[in-house]
Write a protein that binds this ligand. Sequence first.
Ligand SMILES: Cc1cc2nc3c(=O)[nH]c(=O)nc-3n(C[C@H](O)[C@H](O)[C@H](O)COP(=O)(O)O)c2cc1C
Length: 189
Amino acid sequence: MKSKKNQKRLTAKTIVHIVSGSIAAYKAGDVVTKLREAGARVLCILTPSARHFVTPLVLRALSGERVYDDFFSVDSEHSVIHTELAQSADLILVSPASADFMAHLAAGFAGDLASCTVLAATVPVVVVPAMNDQMLNHPATARNLKILRGFGYHWVPPVVGHLVCGKEAVGHIASDDAIVAAVSNLLGA
Ligand SMILES: Cc1cc2nc3c(=O)[nH]c(=O)nc-3n(C[C@H](O)[C@H](O)[C@H](O)COP(=O)(O)O)c2cc1C
């Protein structure tokens, strides 16, 4: 049974959920489902790499919304997708956040729809890293995380758990509940 506190806390909130190219992307659908259960509207953006780990069809079905993965689509109802998505968001959730995508954000790159939308946004950004422990502990990733936190971005730290390389170490994505709680807290829900 769903707990009362999980119900409808995010009514009338729009979350732009960016999914990047980590193995943990396959779990993004569960986060989308929990955010919707809490009442949120969830608009998913997939980075080009994320399509290898979760399909637009899955996120389309679970979010009940169009999934955005094409920056230069002429079929879109939006004329300038990144600014319109940025303006419609109450919060941007990057979950999972790959090392590569965090490097893009830290450097301010805007070469794809996801990073361009983050750059165009003025709302809270929550980053949820998921990666191999050595990638996580590399000075470049640590530096990038520090830069993102310096931008005022929030993060939900990875936990110790099973990694795709076979070991049990830090780098496993935080639980769905921890991610949804972080979003709810930031939106005052
Ligand atoms: C099987 C597999 C699993 C991967 N898992 C991760 C991961 O958990 N975290 C990560 O940062 N990169 C991971 N990578 C590497 C990223 O997919 C790669 O850096 C990609 O360019 C990230 O693109 P993005 O910027 O769209 O996230 C994985 C690659 C493969 C082939």
